[in-house]
Design a protein around this ligand. Structure first.
Ligand SMILES: [Cu+2]
Length: 337
């Protein structure tokens, strides 16, 4: 009775774990809920290898229990049981079956590994994007379109995105769980890879190579749009930057304090993220909700929000009202109103 009771004590724990674990995974950030062809094919490989390994475990465990139950020493039994050493039949069976299983695993794995690293940089039907990883942000350069942006990778639905990855400093790793991955971004060495999705949504991306103090905050978004919306986005990005009258003061302050690190023209790269059309950035620095308050906090002291990042603090260099003016200017950078 006592033993039974203690067993039941585990029940709430199991129920809690079930609840907790069933909450795991969001459709924007889960390799188990693929939303594009690469991720689906990768999930197929995961299922295939788990299936084969599960089968091996079940068969081996069953044989093990059959052996210890059926062939255990019985009462009155003496001498050695029949020896199977050197049995050709058995040796062929336990050599051929694993070879076959490994072949079933290896053929699709090798096939998809090579397929997914196809270099599409010369493919005229693919959208060309050069990805540069920085501590701790992502730069996206649309080499054919003359667009340089950061944190938000906007892509057209149903088109292959040819990615060319590199790093500006240490090794990072590019991963969009719902769409596929991962792939290292190294300094001085280009790696290639592609992604595609038929859906319109915002997917979450992560750096998955420990790259420094704010590694876990090195997030980005992949925003897929319909072809028409994507074309409109390209057009909007390329419109010349118009400065509203109420943002003039902020622009002057920005030009003298920030322009050395942040390009605002659409096609320029810079030491920090390009801030063209910054008002449309989903989050600030990839991780902070995009509000005026957070933007002010960021400018005042970025390192408390993202440890070790390379933007200097302006809490001593600029007055609060100057920072307010700059925020007004950044909010005015919007061609999509
Ligand atoms: Cu990183």
């Amino acid at each position: 009775m006592k033993r039974l009771k203690s067993k039941w004590r585990i029940a709430p724990l199991v129920a809690m774990m079930t609840l907790l674990l069933s909450g795991c995974g969001s459709p924007q950030l889960s390799a188990l809920m693929p939303r594009g062809s690469v991720a689906s094919e990768q999930l197929f490989l995961i299922k295939l290898s788990i299936g084969i390994m599960g089968l091996v475990i079940v068969v081996v465990a069953a044989l093990y229990f059959i052996a210890i139950i059926r062939f255990r020493k019985r009462k009155g039994q003496t001498g050695y049981p029949k020896q199977v050493e050197g049995s050709h039949k058995l040796e062929i069976i336990w050599t051929v079956i694993p070879i076959l299983l490994l072949l079933i695993l290896a053929v699709p794995t090798v096939y998809y590994t090579f397929l997914h690293s196809t270099d599409l940089r010369k493919d005229p039907d693919a959208l060309q994007v050069k990805v540069t990883a920085h501590q701790y942000w992502w730069e996206f350069e649309y080499t054919d379109l003359g667009i340089n942006t950061a944190q938000d990778l906007v892509i057209p639905q149903g088109k292959k995105i040819a990615l060319e990855l590199e790093s500006a400093d240490v090794t990072h790793s590019f991963w969009v769980p719902s769409l596929g991955g991962k792939l290292d971004a190294n300094r001085g060495q280009v790696t290639t890879y592609y992604l595609e999705t038929d859906e319109v949504d915002t997917f979450l991306g992560k750096c998955t190579e420990l790259c420094g103090a704010s590694h876990s905050l090195m997030d980005f978004k992949v925003i897929s749009k319909s072809t028409a919306d994507f074309d409109a986005w390209v057009e909007g990005k390329k419109k010349p930057v118009a400065v509203a009258a109420e943002a003039e003061k902020g622009k002057l302050l920005f030009d003298s304090n920030c322009l050395s690190c942040h390009a605002v023209e659409v096609d320029k790269g810079s030491f920090g993220p390009n801030l063209n059309n910054f008002a449309n950035r989903v989050e600030i620095a990839g991780v902070l909700e995009h509000t005026d308050e957070n933007l002010k906090e960021w400018i005042k002291d970025p390192t408390t929000l993202k440890m070790g990042n390379k933007m200097p603090a302006f809490k001593d260099a600029l007055q609060d009202d100057e920072i307010n003016e700059i925020v007004k200017y950044l909010n005015s950078l919007n061609n999509f109103k």
